[in-house]
Design a protein around this ligand. Structure first.
Ligand code: NAD
Length: 385
């Protein structure tokens, strides 16, 4: 039997429910030893629904020797402070994204972890999913020839026109609209695309970005004092000349399409947030008929289905997560146990945080922005070699 790693969750809010659901898939690797939230009502509601021992304070949690990895599910503005406290207490940390809100903070956390001989890793972990691994393997095996261009959209719908006030998770927590609008959709979502692209193509070298706040009044009560940009588009250049156009918004109709275009065709995923999403391949339309069909008939998701590298491990029911949020924690736990690098290690997290900040706040950087951080190449999952 695999050795179990003890984990403790801090931040029992909206997304903690998805983690609890996914942790059930990994009981042979991970053992939840406790929970903490500084809001006692939220902590109690979570523990009553999902079970689990509650700590009386963050110090109580950090003093628990059974907690080897702290899972930081606080809101982004609190990530750095909580992660720093956990590292100082001698714990490995798996943080929700972004690992920090600035490049400088992310670097400081990574360096602190290294100094203490600890590991720091960050979400998102969708690159460890079957769909992303299938896409990556198809690119590696030359299915589209030399990759040249990526179009990635993370338009999450016109959130301010939805009934977002009524969105609740299973343990009754409301979707944290104010925090999401103040953090910004680029900080919240860009990582789902950047992690996949960086795994496939290596470090980003240059970023040219534009961001704007298009809808200042998102119907919050009271109005937001400091709303973040709700739209960004960036051109990202990788070593080797591959270019990606990455769009993030919460003001345009839902579209999570990721297309990788090469000399011999294109690969496409319709939904970057679904580990079981099929990967489609289309060749290049060269003759007149093929170009006619492309113009008139072929829509999103058309083409040949690429065989999945393995059967998707998750079979989500209605209302259940389509992403396995705990897979990144398992990766960290196994890497620590096997004394090998984790695929989502601190350097990778710093790089994703830096590029994300450049997309959301291009004003903080030269144009084009030269990316300073880097990371060692990621290995595909063993089952996707
Ligand atoms: N909401 C989503 O749909 C979603 C999806 C994927 C990932 N995420 C990520 O998950 C993280 C959490 O998001 P959420 O939606 O659950 O937010 P949330 O606001 O619902 O929950 C955060 C919780 O952290 C607690 N907290 C904050 N600072 C703390 C501290 N110092 N000590 C103890 N507890 C503290 C808060 O009391 C709150 O209960 C964010 O990084 C977000 O980007 C959210």
């Amino acid at each position: 039997m695999t050795e179990q790693t003890g984990i403790a969750i801090v931040g029992c809010g909206y997304i903690a429910d998805s983690y609890r659901h996914c942790l059930k898939l990994h009981e042979s690797d991970l053992r939840l030893v406790g929970l903490f939230d500084r809001d006692a009502v939220r902590l109690r509601a979570h523990a009553e629904y999902w079970g689990g021992r509650v700590y009386s304070s963050i110090d109580d949690m950090l003093a628990d020797d059974a907690a080897q990895i702290i899972i930081n599910l606080t809101d982004p503005e609190n990530h750095a402070e909580v992660t720093r406290a956990a590292l100082l207490a001698g714990k490995h940390v798996y943080s929700e994204k972004p690992v920090a809100m600035t490049r400088a903070e992310a670097i400081a956390l990574r360096d602190l972890a290294a100094e203490k001989g600890l590991r720091l890793a960050a979400a998102p972990c969708n690159i460890l999913g079957e769909s992303a691994q299938t896409l990556w393997k198809a690119v590696r095996s030359g299915a589209i020839g030399a990759p040249r261009l990526v179009y990635a959209e993370l338009d999450d719908g016109m959130i301010h026109r939805t009934n977002y006030r009524e969105w609740k998770n299973r343990s009754g927590k409301a979707w944290p609209a104010r925090g999401e609008f103040e953090t910004g959709c680029t900080f919240e979502h860009a990582g789902y695309v950047l992690t996949v692209l960086c795994a496939m193509f290596g470090p980003v070298r240059r970023v040219t970005a534009f961001s704007a706040l298009l809808v200042a009044n998102k119907m919050t009560d009271p109005p937001l004092p400091n709303p973040a940009p709700d739209f960004s588009v960036g051109l990202i250049e990788f070593d080797g000349g591959i270019v990606a156009r990455v769009t993030n918004s919460i003001v345009a109709p839902y579209n999570h399409r990721l297309q990788v275009i090469g000399d011999e065709g294109r690969l496409e995923i319709r939904e970057a947030w679904d580990y079981a999403c099929p990967v489609k391949w289309r060749g290049v339309s060269q003759n007149r008929l093929a170009r006619f069909l492309e113009r008139r008939v072929q829509g999103i998701g058309s083409g040949k289905t690429v065989p999945m590298v393995r059967q998707p491990a998750m079979r989500p029911g209605r209302g259940e997560p389509t992403m396995d949020f705990a897979r990144g924690i398992v990766e960290l736990a196994r890497a620590a146990r096997d004394n090998r690098p984790s695929r989502l290690d601190g350097d990778f997290a710093v790089h994703i945080a830096e590029v994300t900040e450049m997309l959301q706040h291009p004003d903080r950087y030269e144009r084009p922005g030269l990316v300073q951080s880097s990371f060692a190449p990621l290995a595909p999952m063993d089952w996707a070699q």
